[in-house]
Write a protein that binds this ligand. Structure first.
Ligand SMILES: NC(=O)C1=CN([C@@H]2O[C@H](COP(=O)(O)OP(=O)(O)OC[C@H]3O[C@@H](n4cnc5c(N)ncnc54)[C@H](OP(=O)(O)O)[C@@H]3O)[C@@H](O)[C@H]2O)C=CC1
Ligand SMILES: O=C(O)C1=N[C@H](C(=O)O)C[C@H](O)C1
Length: 265
């Protein structure tokens, strides 16, 4: 049985994770962590998610005990603090936070020399298969192909483009032998420059309650291939994270991703 603690337990993903852990027969929810300043401290978790056991209350994220694996789907500042806590307690970690910068990625790599970490910008099986499909499309469609990535998410999402859109772009750049930073084009407004074929263009929509949609476009002069993934429930990501937690338990220190978990490499 894996004893699991969830950071950002009151967030959209946090609440989905609490339910997924509760319903998983190989896991036990032993920590629902919120900020030290949160008004939720001490409140029964059941009041926000009826699927969770009666006795569990929200607790301070600095007071970790009785945990085998920690899960973090928060924001970059939260992730950085939670990573330090996990390293200090030597507890493996599953991380889904997006919007991370280069320094955050460096901190992840450093932490992974001490604890095992799965970091994925999307925990759905479909997106992880998509990461392989876009590489095939990028290499088989020849040089005369224009590549663009579109993503759509709910009105509350802060980072843009999404972590998944960037992961798709990076997978394509790898397959093409490009440096992603050199070919990513994030805006065209007043750019007065036509598209180059050594370029990955990104566009973003925010609105309503869209859970997460991503399309990679491969357009040549005469045909167009569109590869789309649509998530219809956050539970998809939560179930993927629980699967990653089970996979991670006895792994050596290192930085892994969901393609490792799913054996897709
Ligand atoms: N990898 C994947 O498959 C997926 C990743 N995500 C990512 O997960 C993250 C969370 O998304 P979502 O649940 O929609 O967001 P929410 O805004 O609903 O939740 C964010 C949570 O993080 C907490 N938090 C934010 N900043 C800090 C901080 N500095 N210290 C401690 N806790 C903090 C919030 O606490 P408080 O309420 O107190 O502010 C809240 O509990 C995003 O980065 C998103 O992109 C989402 C879905 C799937
Ligand atoms: O914020 C979200 O909601 C999501 N974030 C992830 C991302 O940035 O790619 C994954 C998913 O698309 C939902």
């Amino acid at each position: 049985m894996n004893r699991i603690g969830v950071f950002g337990a009151n967030g959209r993903m946090g609440l989905a994770l609490l339910e997924a852990v509760t319903n998983n027969k190989n896991s036990q929810l032993t920590g629902a962590y919120v900020r030290a300043s949160s008004p939720l401290l001490g409140m029964a978790v059941k009041q926000l998610n009826s699927a969770v056991a009666e006795e569990l209350t929200f607790s301070d994220e600095a007071e970790i005990n009785n945990i085998d694996i920690l899960i973090d789907f928060t924001l970059p500042a939260g992730m950085r603090a939670h990573l330090k806590t996990a390293v200090a307690h030597k507890i493996p970690m599953v991380i889904g936070s997006t919007g991370l910068n280069k320094d955050d990625m460096h901190a992840l790599q450093q932490a992974a020399t001490q604890i095992p970490i799965v970091f994925a910008r999307n925990y759905s099986v479909g997106v992880n298969v998509l990461l392989n499909l876009v590489q095939t499309a990028a290499t088989k469609l020849g040089e005369d192909v224009d590549i663009e990535i579109f993503e759509a998410h709910h009105r509350h999402k802060i980072d843009a483009p999404s972590g998944t859109a960037l992961a798709i772009g990076e997978a394509i750049a790898d397959a093409k032998g490009w440096q992603h930073d050199n070919v990513a084009r994030f805006q065209r407004h007043q750019d007065e420059q036509a598209k180059s074929q050594n370029e990955i263009g990104y566009s973003v929509l925010r609105g309503g309650d869209i859970v997460g949609e991503h399309t990679a476009y491969f357009a040549t002069s005469g045909e167009r291939l569109e590869l789309t993934h649509k998530a219809s429930s956050r539970m998809t990501f939560a179930l993927g994270a629980i699967r990653a937690a089970g996979w991670l338990k006895n792994k050596p220190a290192g930085l892994y991703d969901m393609q490792d978990v799913l054996d897709l490499k």
